[in-house]
Structures are given as C-alpha cells and as structure tokens.
Design a protein around this ligand. Sequence first.
Ligand SMILES: Cc1ncc(C[n+]2csc(CCOP(=O)(O)OP(=O)(O)O)c2C)c(N)n1
Ligand SMILES: [Mg+2]
Length: 946
Amino acid sequence: MGRDLMANDSAVDGVIKSVDGLKNGTYNNGAGKPANGHSSAKGQAAAAKTSAKGKKEAPVVSEEQRTETREWLESLEWVLQNAGSERVAHLLEQLESYAHRKGVKIPFSANTPYVNTIPRDEQPEYPGDLEIEQRIRNIIRWNAMAMVVRANKESSENGGHISTYASAATLYEVAFNHFFKGADHPEGPDQIYIQGHASPGIYARAFLEGRISEDQLINFRQELRDTPGLSSYPHPWLMPDFWQFPTVSMGLGPLMSIYQARFNRYLQDRKIKDAAKSHVWCFVGDGETDEPETLGAISLAAREKLENLVWVINCNLQRLDGPVRGNGKIIQELETLFRGAGWNVVKVLWGGDWDELLERDTDGVLVDRMNEVVDGQYQKYTVSSGDYVRKDFFGTSPELLKMVEHLSDEEIYKIRRGGHDPEKVHAAFKAAMDNTGSPTVILAKTIKGYGMGEAGEGKNISHQQKKMNEDELRAFRARFSIPISDEEVSKTPFYKPAPDSPEMKYLQKRREELGGYLPKRNPETPAFKSPDESLFEEFYGGSGDRTPSTTQAFVTILNKLMRDKEIGKLVVPIVPDEARTFGMEGLIASFGIYSHIGQLYEPVDKVGLVYYKEATDGQILEEGINEAGSMASFLAAGTAYSTHGVNMIPFYIYYSMFGPQRVGDLFWLAGDIRAKGFLLGGTAGRTTLAGEGLQHQDGHSHLAVYPIPNCMAYDPAYAYELAVIIQDGIKRMYEDGESIFYYLTVMNENYAMPAMPDTPGIKEGILKGLYQFKPAAKKSAKLRAQILGSGTILNEAVKAQEILAEKYNVHADVFSTTSYKNLYVDALDCERWNLLHPTEEKRVPYVTQCLQDGPDVIVAASDYVKALPESISRWVPGEFICLGTDGFGRSAGRVALRDFFEVDARYITLATLTGLAREGKLEWGIVEKAVIDLGINPDKPNPFTV
Ligand SMILES: Cc1ncc(C[n+]2csc(CCOP(=O)(O)OP(=O)(O)O)c2C)c(N)n1
Ligand SMILES: [Mg+2]
C-alpha cells in the first residue's frame, strides 16, 4: 500500500503540475511520474491526447475550468490518500461508465507512457553475479560475431548474421542463467523458440558449454565438409539432437508457440502428461510482428489464459531494410495490440541509468519527450555522439538540459536501453513467471548490432553486416573486454576460458541447476505397439450395398482408432470448423471438443444424442476457421513424441484446397521439425467437389507436396486402400520411428467400396503407389492397353475399361495409382543409382516393373493436374497419355465437370484408342468416329485457358 500510495502520489502530483502548465498555454500530456505501473489509465488517456492532437492544438482553458480540474484532482487525491488506489480505480470506472451512458466520447488508448512497466522500487534483486554474467555474455558475443566473420572471410557466400544476436544477447543470457528449464528440471522442460537469425549466439553458448566443437564453429554454414558444420538456422532436420523448433520463416515460430502452450495444457487436462509447469518462451523480432501469422493468434492465447506462454519481442526498432516504424513507435503499437487482446504487457525500455533521470522528472517533461520521439529518431541517437543526443533529445527544453548537465557526452552516449540491462530484463522475466491468468509479452527495447560500433550498430545495413575490419574488431574486443592480443585479433580467434575458470564454472552450474542444456531435442520415438490388424480388417471386405465416401471411411477408421484401448487416447483429431462437412458430429458428441474450462452453457442441440460437446478432457481440437492455427496444433501434437515423450497421433482434416496452397510453409516446416501424423485433405479433387467452384476445387495440392522429402502423399480411391495406408503409416512413424508424415486426400463422392482384391502383394502395391486393381477380362485380345486411375477417377477408369471392351474390343488392365509421388521418388532414386554405377546391373523403377510386361499403350487419369502422371512418364514403358484437371474450377455437377476437364470414362476411352492408333494398331478413322460416338465436342475450349 505504502509504495502504491507514493507512486500514485507522484503521479497525481505530475498531473496537477501539468494542469498548472495550462496557464502557460501548453497542454502537458500529464503522463505523470513514469516509474509507475499503476498510473497507466491516467497516463494513457493523457498521452493519447498529446499524440492524437499534438502540442500545437492545445485547447484554450479558462481560469474557471482550471479551478474545476484542480478540485476534481484534489478530491481524487483525497480518496487516494484515505481509501487507496483500488477505490480510485473503482471511482474512475464508475465515472467513465456514467460518461459513456451520457454520450460522452472518451478517447481510447491502450497505451501506457513510454517507460518501463516495472518501476525501480518494484524491481527484484538480481539473483546472480552480474559481473561474471557480463563476462560470459561478452565472450558469447565475441564468439558469435567471430563465427560469422570467419565464415565470411573464407567466402562471402556463407552469410550469417551478427546484429540480431548482438541486440538480443542480454535477453537470452538472463534467461539461460535464471529461467530456461532443461530436460532434467523437476518441473519439466521449457520449450524455447529462438529467433532464427540469433543462432550464432546460441551456438556460441553451446560452444562454451562444451556441446559444440571449435571445428563446428569454424564450419558454421558449411554443413557438407568432412568435419560437419552447423546449420544456418534452427533446423531439427539438420541437427536433430539440438534444435527443436524451426523459426526462421518468420511468423511461424510465434504462431507455433501459442499452440504449443495450448497443447501443453491439453496434455495436462487430458491427464496424458504433466506439462503444467513448463513454460513456452518465444523470442520474436519486432519486424517479425508484421507477419500476419505472428499476431494472428494472440487473442487465442489470451482467451485460453495461457499463463505458461512468454513472448520476448526484441524491439531493436529495425528490420532488414531499415526501421520497423521510423515514423512511429513499434513498442507502443504492440502494447496496444497485446493489451487489447488481453495479454500481460511488460515494457522494458530504459536501463538503470535512466532511473535517476526519471526520478528527477517530477513534472513529466522527460516522459513527454520520450513519448514524442519516434523510432527513426531513436535509431539516429544510436549512431550519433552524446553531443548530438544532448542537443536533439534533451535540447528541446531547459529542464531536460538541466537534467543531464552533470553527464559528459560520453556518459550520455552510454546510457543503456532496457533490453541491455540484465536487471531490468530479469525483473520482466520474473514478472512473467509470477503472472497468472494471461500470457505475457515482454517488449524489450534494444539496439540492433549492439557493440558492433562503426561496423553496424544501429545502422540500416546492420542486419546484413557479416564482415568487420581490423579496427572494428579491435573496438569490439575493447568494448567487451575480450582477452585477445593485438596480434591475434585480426584472426578473430574463438575464445574459451579454461574449464576451471570462474566463468565456465558459473555457466555450467547455472545450467545444471536449471535442469541441463538448451536447446536440446530428443530424437527418440518412445516405444510403441501398433494397433492390431483386426482393427482395419472391416475395411478390407468392401461396403456391400452401402455407398460411403472415402471421407466416411476415414471417419470410421478414426472412430475405431479413438476407441482402441491402447492407442485411443493418443489420437488427436484436429478440425478447422469443418467437422460437419466431414460427418464428424458423432465424434464430437462421443469424445468432446477440448476446452480448458469445459462447457459453461447448455448446447442448443443437447436434446439429441449428437450434440456440440465441449469438455475439459475433450479430445478433439476444434480450431475454428483457422488452417494456420490448426497446422500449428498438428505440429505441437506431431512432435509431442520428442517434446514430451508421448506418441500423440494427430489427424488434421480440412478442406483440401486450404492445405499446402494456403499454409504450405507450415507443411514444409512439418518436414523440417520431423512431425508425425496424418494430414487429410477432405472434399478433395477438382471435379469431385461439385458445386463449390474455383476457390474450393483442389486439383494441385498433391503437386504442392512433391518437394517435401518426408511427406508421404496418397490419393486413395477405396476404403481398403485408406485402411492399409493408415495402418502402415502408424507403424512406420511410431513403431519404426521414421521421421515422416502423411498427406492423404479423401473425397465426398459416394460409391460402393469394393473388397480388397486378393492379388498377392496388393498391400505392398498400395503402399508403393501402384497395383493392378482390375485386370482385363481377355488378356489374349489383340488390342490391349493399361489404364491408371487415382482417387474417384479410378471409377471412370473402370467404366472406360467396360466401354473399350464392349464397343472397341480393346481389353485394358486397370491399375490404381495411390501415389504418383512415391512412383516418382522411387524412379528418381533408381535413375540416380544407375547414373552413379554405370557398369552395374541397372535398377528398374517400380512403375516400370509394374507396367513393362503389359500392353504398351498406357493412359493415366486423375482428379489432379496432368503434371502428376507426367512426372513418371519417362519410366512408363510405352505410349503414355495423361489426363488431368489443369485449369480453374467451375461450379457444376460432377458429370459436367469431368466433361469440362476431360477426365471422364469417355476421354479415357478416347485417349486409349489414340494410343493404339499412334502405335499403328488401330485406324485413325476409328478414333475420329469415336470422338463423335462418345459425344465429345472436339472444338470445346481448352479448360486450362478458360
Ligand atoms: C517469412 C520471412 N520473410 C522474410 C525473411 C527474411 N528476413 C530474415 S530476418 C529479416 C529481418 C528481421 O527483422 P526483425 O524481425 O526485426 O529481427 P531482428 O533481426 O531485428 O531482431 C528478414 C526480412 C524471413 N526469414 N522469413
Ligand atoms: Mg528488429
């Protein structure tokens, strides 16, 4: 109480003074004494007035009004003194509400003044040895810089970044020494999302810890040497024991961190893993906040009250090209957004050197000045001398100049920003740990390229500066007191104190006490036993009279998996507001949608059996219309085997058009992060999804996942194919521990699901991507062909087989191509081997093996672009004609669409006859007549161009 009172006391004092200021015709913004977290409401409103109107538009105030203001303030002061700040807050709320009701327009601002949220007198004592930590930090700074400079001395091709870590070193080091919990911590490990461009600093620390060798540092960004190097950025694919989370595609780290924190809660609430004490830390660039992905989910974090989530936004005011908000203030802008969303916002703007100045700022002139200077100008101060800062910043008023008259220019130049002051940073981190009921964001003001001096401190070129000349190296060495001799300095040697030095002992002890080194990734998949074959057998028998879609088949498989005694609880169904589209209402009622707070209302459909159920132990993640967020949930669940040691099995089903085409970078990241699980593109296919038209009809997602090496992509036609693929997928990912994930398309077209043919090796064929589904009735016929169909278009292939036999005496074998990608990857692999082993027996691609003994006219059709079958054309032995759905979709029925895109049975028939004619086995006249007989308009426009 005492402290609050004092703080408020001064604040009101400031306001009274600013009222006094009105006499001079100036409108003081009355931000009050700055070091006061509690006076924010007053400060905000007043500050907004200043920024919204500017000083020149000061209202004219009469003597009477001034007296009135003073009386109000004195009354408030009386209440404050006699009843305390809570009472004041209540009265102000009441006044505001009353004014609203009476139609008074009150300007809104979510901003507090441009000062630290935590005042000096609330700053906790620093728990460590500041001096030794500074020495450690300096060494890490040096080594981080040295690894980039050395890599670029060798070749400027190598690249790398110095300035990001230089600005963030204190933020990371305070956390490494006092907050980040490692794997052996009794409260469980934290998950740390590190800014990708700060990786040199993280490697430099790991070097001191003894986890990374000098050779590795030398080979930073040279991963292909005999002695392996270090990956440019955090990539679990490349350093599976080290990096946990890829972050360098900016925006994805922040997004993932929110869903990671929520997933930790999910595991906790479902009693799968005690993850309540783990914190998720995400380090974000201020420029990175321009990415929609960065800020897009912040309201979810607040809504879910993720107090286990901490963001540290490194506000060095710069991005790659220049200032983030030259003409404004990124920190104030972010404060508004985060406070508006419901986060706990902690601003760390000014280092301890400012405290004394701020305390002398009884009439708020300094805070006014801090409020009014824009970021571009703050950046200018970074690169300017103390003399310039004195004139430009403090020179706007005699009071300000007086405030710093006892400081030399050098001292003024050295006044630190908050993000470089470990005590301020520690106070903010501790406040985040102590905060309950909301996530915390720390807005830390720093200098980009801190310590780089002339080479790039605060310059617009800082981000890309990778070189330092000898003078600059000397200056860096001197600034951070690195014990390297004059002779050595130009060689930029790495510096590592002896293992028994106080620095090394301190560093090791801190990590030991906090549960071990970080970042550290566990590459192991916990032991797992795949579900029994019997779970999938029902799907091998065919659907009889029923005509389910593959989507329905999938939902049935999912249901069975979820009910399995062993693995049921590990299954994580994820939907972005499409559960009804896919017929998953039953699952919602049975398993519930996960909600940390359960269900606080009576669902409107509760009268029936199938209702919208939310529950604390709900199993389904219903993400709303949010494919990027759903992917982030998929990633959190799909990496739980490593992050939490539990084999969670995510099945994320969504509209297939909104998969890799929309959130492709997260698909790519799923590969890098070694996520496991199943992505299901529902309502798939360009002609299968009738009615929905151009923006919904997906004919290209399969092509979009081609480049992801560990993404297994399948376009199954029948329930048994789906069952075989899912069964094998679970085994490969969780029992065999392969770092792969699955993309499967499922459709909403209803047709009878045939029984799995009893051809030997059929399961292997399904998995490899191609098998003979329906051989020709007359194998000995003169006119023969092979037809490849995928997804629902396999049914058209079967129809074409019948037309060809009945009308043209052509007997075709029909194959199901479940995965063009698999065929392509296998063929490339064979070809590569053959290239490298010219004299050895040639390897024959699987697709060639399947087709080479059959007829040499081969037609392929799918609901996807022609590029898929074309991708294997080189290895198809014979005359190969590909049909596909290239072009923009249309709203129409399936029959019309398949005519439009030329993929129905008639076109497959025509293509087969054409192949035979090309081979000289059929007269061209017959083909010409077939065009007419089949009812095909030869002059219809090309669907690709209309
Ligand atoms: C999605 C994406 N777009 C662009 C980039 C290229 N890029 C890398 S760092 C950077 C600037 C980073 O600025 P900021 O977020 O402020 O981080 P700082 O280095 O200043 O801490 C840019 C544009 C990227 N990595 N990812
Ligand atoms: Mg920045």
